[in-house]
Design a protein around this ligand. Structure first.
Ligand code: FE2
Length: 474
């Protein structure tokens, strides 16, 4: 039997599926308290509990005839015929996917099997959720929609921006790529090069509207670590400006933010980029990028001692433990700042299994986690700096106009200044301030949402005028 390398003994996913299907048959033959049913239920309940002690959810997906346990392909050649019969029966019931969450009662398993006995044939694909809920089954769900299918259906995003880049931003990405590549191939990080890059970000990149627009707005590429790191460094810098940090503290923050994910250079790229669920061993390896990062940075002479601290702590929450397990220790405020920037950047970027989240949506997600995962003061400052419709966002107004955000209004963040753009998105037609109200006090225009930039191939370097001043300011 091929089992799953999850770091501990895996359960037998096929035995569980076969047991479930056989329990369904037994439910049609015997009353619910019959010893045959009780014995089968005990077996299934024990398998489920064993798995849920090691994993937050039990997910079995049948994808193109192949069984996956928690996202990992699973084969058992020993009972191929029985397996084929089980899968065919589940297919007739319209079930490709079985999810069981902690707290599941032995009785819920029995009720679910009885329900399936009544279903008989569900080739029309009826949604069984309502019928499960009506029977009080809250910890078991069946589905036709298989999360792992995204592995085949997902869009393949490029690994880095493809549209023309602001030259200073492009230079920063090139420098970061070189530094990260050196570490990936076993070389050491050069603190002097890191300082040069931090200086470039603080001194020049943050002053370029086009660069800020490319970092703040929706990103339609699955950015690799060096790219994500530069973006997180700039977002942390904007937050530092919003919080009125002095230059020395800002420098330390930006350096730490730039290097927060350097530990990913020690994690195989196929795991870093893997879509869908990770098994336990893969998840542990990904989580270890925090400790790997701290080790790399502690071994690099010339860096500020805060850099390894942020690398270690940036996935830890305030009241949510996150990882790694450091007991009750509250993350340093620099780690708290980087974690807000990190999550926003990850959400507004693309992944092969999901579209990027629009900035206004990403800000709402941060707000929901304020006080739990994130420091509320930092979320507020971040949203004030970035705003729901950040610089560079392509937006639609209620007058059916398309515009690019060219300035934000700190006192009225929902109403930025737009550059209205031509139909071909090549030229700015003029500026409108959406915070302007008419004689009766109503806004003349409202921004109704962010548009994806992909199809239009928007070139922000043409649309956003350069500026010597920080375009996003308090
Ligand atoms: Fe990270």
């Amino acid at each position: 039997m091929t089992t799953i390398d999850s770091g501990t003994d895996p359960i037998d996913a096929l035995a569980l599926l076969r047991g479930f299907v056989s329990l369904r048959r037994l439910a049609g033959m015997y009353p619910s308290g019959h010893p045959v049913i009780a014995q089968k239920l005990d077996e299934l309940h024990a398998i489920v509990q064993a798995h849920l002690r090691q994993s937050p959810v039990l997910t079995i997906d049948v994808i193109r005839g192949e069984v996956h346990l928690d996202g990992v392909a699973y084969r058992d050649d020993g009972m191929a015929t029985a397996t084929a019969q089980t899968l065919s029966e589940l297919g007739t019931l319209g079930i490709d996917s079985l999810h069981i969450t902690p707290g599941v009662e032995r009785d819920e398993i029995r009720l679910a099997a009885e329900l399936l006995d009544q279903v008989r044939d569900n080739t029309s694909g009826e949604n069984l959720e309502a019928r499960l809920a009506a029977r009080g089954i809250r910890h078991i769900s069946f589905g036709r929609i298989v999360p792992l299918d995204t592995r085949w259906r997902g869009r393949i995003w490029p690994d880095a921006p493809t549209s023309p880049l602001d030259p200073l931003y492009a230079q920063s990405l090139a420098q970061a790529e070189q530094a990260f590549d050196t570490v990936s191939s076993g070389g050491s990080l050069d603190a002097a090069s890191v300082r040069d890059l931090v200086q470039l970000l603080i001194g020049e990149v943050v002053r370029s509207n086009a660069a800020l627009g490319q970092i703040l707005s929706l990103k339609e590429y699955e950015n690799l670590t060096y790219c994500h790191s530069v973006n997180v460094a700039i977002l942390s810098l904007l937050l530092a400006r919003q919080l009125a940090f002095d230059e020395a503290t800002t420098f330390i923050l930006v350096e730490s933010a730039l290097l927060h994910d350097i530990g990913k250079t020690r994690v195989p790229l196929e795991i870093v980029k893997k879509p869908g669920a990770l098994n336990r061993a893969e998840r542990k390896l990904i989580e270890a990028h925090t400790t790997f990062g701290a080790e790399i940075l502690m071994e690099t002479p010339g860096l500020h001692p805060m850099a390894p601290v942020v690398a270690l702590e940036h996935h830890r929450g305030l009241s949510e433990p996150g990882y790694p397990d450091l007991g009750d220790a509250t993350p340093h405020i620099m780690s708290q700042i980087v974690s807000v920037a990190d999550v926003y950047e990850a959400m507004t970027g693309s992944r092969s299994y999901r579209e990027p989240l629009r900035p206004e949506h990403a800000c709402l997600v941060l707000a929901r986690q304020a006080g739990i995962r994130f420091n509320t003061a930092f979320v507020k400052a971040f949203v004030a700096a970035v705003t729901f419709f950040p610089l560079g966002s392509l937006v639609r107004t209620n007058r059916d106009e398309t515009g690019v955000v060219i300035r934000t209004n700190p006192k009225d963040p929902m109403h930025p200044v737009l550059g209205l753009v031509s139909d071909d998105l090549e030229r700015l037609l003029g500026e409108v301030d959406t915070s302007v109200r008419n004689s009766s006090g109503a806004y003349e225009r409202q921004v109704v949402g962010t548009l994806p930039q992909r199809e239009q191939g928007v070139d922000l370097t043409k649309l956003l005028p350069s500026s010597d001043t920080l375009a996003v300011s308090a």
